[in-house]
Design a protein around this ligand. Structure first.
Ligand SMILES: C[S@@+](CC[C@H](N)C(=O)[O-])C[C@H]1O[C@@H](n2cnc3c(N)ncnc32)[C@H](O)[C@@H]1O
Ligand SMILES: Nc1nc2[nH]cc(C(=O)O)c2c(=O)[nH]1
Ligand code: SF4
Ligand SMILES: [Mg+2]
Length: 258
């Protein structure tokens, strides 16, 4: 068995695109999507499996992918990101990038790192407190998590708050929180979650759930679980009493970029 020296990691895909979510929407980024996740969200739109190779789109927007054998080494990843210029930052996403914190800790990529995380692994988050310049942290509401028992809910909430505390905004880092909202999202669950993380973040983004399968070629999925405009507006109105709260849908799903 290979030694766990964390100089390589399973990566699902590497591409250059435009950030489609949250307050940095529109900025140019390279995306590194790690394989594997510790959660199973009922709305997840992403294939984070490891098919043995990493899909690498060397020419942005081309839709043409080279297959790179997994795991990918630090040196290989650095070369793969070379063609991409004038980047705002490098998005580390997944799956769950914190599962690969030891690998990320060793990266030297020359652009600021933008962590896209489910914020449930505090021991892993602790390893990156000096490493990441942007933290886009989800607060996963327990009702969105498949297979979570009632006893695990409290630990889940505690772990999430601890991740936000560890990776909080400071002079050299922005940290914000995204909450995916569907028709079952209730103010009673969201309010205590937002109150707990408010000291650590610059703003909260309510991200309406995009039905899985909705894209430019399939704009009307049969089953919609989207929250109504009225419900989202009520949620925002109430959360604005606590913190700057914005409603931003996923924009990349509208125009079809990766
Ligand atoms: C695929 S996840 C990967 C990073 C990390 N595992 C997480 O969940 O934050 C990236 C972002 O997509 C969001 N997302 C996934 N499926 C979605 C959907 N159907 N509608 C809206 N946002 C979604 C997640 O909530 C998260 O903010
Ligand atoms: N364009 C674009 N923006 C994104 N923001 C977060 C993403 C993710 O999957 O983590 C994502 C993504 O997959 N594509
Ligand atoms: S944590 Fe992120 S990648 Fe994992 S299942 Fe949830 S949305 Fe998908
Ligand atoms: Mg995505």
């Amino acid at each position: 068995m290979a030694a766990l020296d964390f100089t390589s990691a399973p990566i699902r895909e590497v591409f250059c695109s435009v950030q489609g979510e949250g307050p940095y929407v529109g900025t140019r980024q390279a995306f590194v999507r790690f394989s594997g996740c510790n959660l199973n969200c009922n709305y997840c739109d992403t294939d984070f499996s490891n098919p043995g190779t990493c899909n690498y789109e060397q020419v942005e927007g081309s839709g043409s992918f080279e297959k790179i054998k997994n795991p990918v080494s630090i040196g290989q990843l650095e070369s793969m990101l070379q063609p991409f210029k004038k980047l705002h930052s490098i998005s580390l996403t997944g799956g769950e990038p914190l599962l690969h914190a030891d690998f990320i800790e060793k990266l030297n990529l020359g652009s600021p790192l933008y962590l896209e995380s489910n914020m449930t692994l505090p021991e892993q988050a602790r390893k990156l407190t000096e490493k990441v310049a942007y933290v886009s942290g989800d607060f996963k509401l327990p009702e969105s998590l498949r297979g979570i028992g009632s006893e695990a809910r409290e630990t889940h909430m505690e772990n999430t708050v601890e991740c936000f505390r560890l990776l909080r905004k400071n002079q050299s880092r922005d940290c914000f929180c995204k909450i995916v909202v569907d028709s079952n999202t209730e103010l009673e669950t969201v309010t205590p979650a937002v109150e707990a993380i408010a000291p650590y973040v610059s703003c909260v983004i309510l991200q309406p759930e995009t039905p899985i399968g909705r894209d430019v070629t399939n704009p009307r999925p049969s089953q919609s679980i989207q929250a109504s405009v009225q419900n989202i507006m009520e949620l925002q109105k109430s959360l604005l009493e606590i913190i700057d709260t914005r409603v931003i849908p996923q924009t990349h799903r509208m125009w079809g970029c990766l």
